[in-house]
Ligand binder design. Sequence first.
Ligand SMILES: NC(=O)c1ccc[n+]([C@@H]2O[C@H](COP(=O)([O-])OP(=O)(O)OC[C@H]3O[C@@H](n4cnc5c(N)ncnc54)[C@H](OP(=O)(O)O)[C@@H]3O)[C@@H](O)[C@H]2O)c1
Length: 258
Amino acid sequence: MTTFTLITGASSGLGKDFALEYAKAKQNLILVARRKDRLDELAETCRTTYNVRVEVFAVDLAQAEAVSTFLDNLDPAWFIDRLINNAGFGWHGSYEDSDPETLTSMIDVNVKALSVLAYHVIPAMKTNRQGEILNVASMAAFTPGPYMTEYYATKAYVLSFSMALREELKPYGIKVAALCPGPVHTEFFKVAANTPNGLMGAITLESLPVVRKAIRGLARNHSVTVPGLPFKLGRVAMKLVPRSISAKIIANVQKTRG
Ligand SMILES: NC(=O)c1ccc[n+]([C@@H]2O[C@H](COP(=O)([O-])OP(=O)(O)OC[C@H]3O[C@@H](n4cnc5c(N)ncnc54)[C@H](OP(=O)(O)O)[C@@H]3O)[C@@H](O)[C@H]2O)c1
């Protein structure tokens, strides 16, 4: 049996840094995203620099059939002992003016594929009484987010899903955690047609420290990792402020962006 860390959304941003960090820690990798050229390049770097085994799968996680074909193609001799459910994207704009296909894909990738992948890896983890699942949520999970309405809602799902699954899988020695970062310098904002400005722009985090904190949090079995002091304080503030008020604040912040 060969053990692997499966990382979705490994072609850029946080996912790429997760891959490099776990390769450095001598973990074999299964890398998933749509842009195969980027995955191949990353896989080669991991193989030559860290001497680990890397398998690449170009999968559109918004397509249910593609997800199930991918899962069918995984060798039964491979044990996925760690799942980094990282692929995701957002979209900025008023809900009713958003492209309906983009909205559907967002739920398919951020919610559906994430859940299906977790469902797939759990049985072997249970049998082996070992496993880690890290779901990448966001600070967006803590509040409603007008003008990124659906994105915030998907991340609320990811957080709730992670916390519930964590309790279910605790007796089997399987760790489940959520990563909830504030803004990070990746391709996310280009894809979302949204750029953090003002204070948010100034405190936007770099990807590698976020990933390192997430890996440490997961290893220490922390339920939720929120990297960076300003965002830890933000999380506390969001617990104190009624959701109706935080929705108004986020609406004002998002309206100034574009
Ligand atoms: N950056 C931030 O400010 C921030 C803050 C909080 C949470 N997050 C979360 O962090 C995670 C990673 O995002 P990032 O910031 O690293 O952004 P990114 O650089 O845009 O990376 C997103 C990754 O998801 C993959 N992906 C998107 N749609 C996909 C699809 N249909 N099928 C397969 N893969 C798909 C992309 O690969 P392909 O395009 O090659 O398919 C890419 O590898 C996301 O879940 C995001 O919501 C980001």
